[in-house]
Ligand binder design. Structure first.
Ligand SMILES: Cc1ncc(COP(=O)(O)O)c(C=O)c1O
Length: 389
């Protein structure tokens, strides 16, 4: 321990005592399974919803881009790191999202921390669902705008907040379309109505909807016909598309504004060619098999019903993110350990990722899982919950 580190040791000890200390565990895997401690576990923890991270075409396209353009973009996009593959990816993402333009960032996190401060500043107001992702909250903090939080998925409460906020300054409403930790769906049409009524921009984080909802995986804004009413459709390449990177889709002018004002875009090296190639490969696969998301949600509906029939409150909807509410972090860790013994990787999600008292297992399904493996997993989860209670 260095002389200046005792406070860190104390704080880590406090996290241990509260069952909130996080640790890295090496778990190589592919195709819906991982290896952990010499055992093979069904992976119900990844965001590789469509199994594309290990798809042969995705890997081949990543390799092709790597061999064509090299390992790195070598500079920020505005310097000399803007490659033909970036241009093509942005064109294809804009087409997927049915928007005129898109801009790719180094990650989804970077996209959110770049987009919000580019749209709002100290004199402005951001209205955010209480459960939005940490990257959006950090973007709001960076912007210096006043934050107004509204109750989760409550358009009426948003309306109230909009009405009571000062009239001066720009207004931005921020939500996820599929919530990352609960798997429930935002009432996007209602939020768009409130945005129109109060002269606010609407930004939708489609990290967990892209590839999974909407025609050909376009996301929920397109599914609901809200293109044009959603000012910024943000997404990631790191989840259903199996790669890495984030993006914003919207008008040409918005893209132009972000590449002039989003600091996480301007001052960061362009996305590596292999990641760009992988994302392009994933878009090829989705283009050929546009029903992948629908099939995944059909399997998720069956899986959810099994748990619900067994008395677990998995919430509503058909998303492949299935929360198993537990409550206290220690119980969530114990349940995850019991499932690991049963051959299932299901990570305990604890505060501050979720609000205090709402620790849970966050199960995520993938097309890479065989239906019979999901069925066996549902049995194992019900058994583990049964012995727990
Ligand atoms: C809702 C949401 N937005 C943004 C991000 C950040 O995306 P990325 O992992 O690509 O940085 C995540 C990922 O955890 C997320 O769940």
């Amino acid at each position: 321990m260095n002389a200046h580190e005792p406070w860190i040791a104390g704080a880590l000890g406090d996290l241990d005592a509260a069952h909130l200390r996080r640790r890295l565990v090496v778990r190589p895997g592919a195709g819906g399974w991982v290896e952990s401690g010499g055992r093979r576990l069904l992976n119900l923890a990844s965001n590789d919803y469509l199994g594309l991270a290990s798809h042969p075409h995705v890997i081949a396209e990543a390799r092709r881009a790597l061999e064509t353009y090299g390992a790195g973009a070598t500079a920020a996009r505005l310097v000399c790191g803007h490659l033909p593959c970036h241009e093509e990816l942005e064109r294809r993402l804009a087409a997927l999202k049915q928007c005129p333009a898109a801009l790719v960032f180094a990650s989804g996190f970077a996209a959110n921390t770049g987009i919000v401060p580019a749209l709002c500043g100290r004199d402005d107001h951001v209205f955010a669902d209480r459960l939005v992702h940490a990257s959006l909250l950090d973007g709001i903090r960076l912007s210096g705008a006043t934050l107004h939080r509204f109750r989760h998925n409550d358009a009426g409460h948003l309306d109230d907040r909009l009405r009571k906020a000062p009239a001066k300054g720009r207004r931005l409403i921020v939500t996820e379309s599929v919530f990352s930790m609960d798997g429930d769906l935002a009432p996007l049409a209602d939020l768009a109505d409130r945005a129109d009524a109060h002269g606010a921009m609407l930004m939708v984080d489609e990290a967990h909807a892209t590839g999974v909802y909407g025609p050909g995986g376009a996301g929920r804004s397109v599914e609901l016909g809200l293109q044009g009413r959603v000012a910024v459709s943000m997404g990631t390449l790191s989840k259903a598309l199996g790669s890495a990177g984030g993006f914003a889709a919207g008008t040409e002018m918005l893209r132009d504004w972000f590449l002039n004002r989003a600091r996480s875009f301007i001052y960061s090296t362009g996305l590596p060619p292999a990641a760009v190639g992988a994302a392009l490969g994933a878009l090829d696969v989705l283009g050929r098999e546009p029903e992948m998301g629908t099939e995944l949600r059909r399997r998720a509906t069956d899986f959810r019903k099994r748990l619900k029939d067994g008395g677990i409150d998995v919430g509503s909807g058909d998303s492949p993110i299935v929360p198993v509410p537990v409550g206290e972090p220690g119980r969530a860790l114990a349940l995850a350990a019991r499932l690991e013994t049963a051959g299932i990787l299901a990570v305990a999600i604890r505060p501050p990722t979720v609000p205090p008292g709402t620790a849970r297992l966050r199960l995520s399904l993938s097309l890479a899982h065989a239906p019979e493996d999901l069925s066996a997993a549902a049995d194992a989860i019900l058994a583990a919950m049964g012995t727990e209670m």
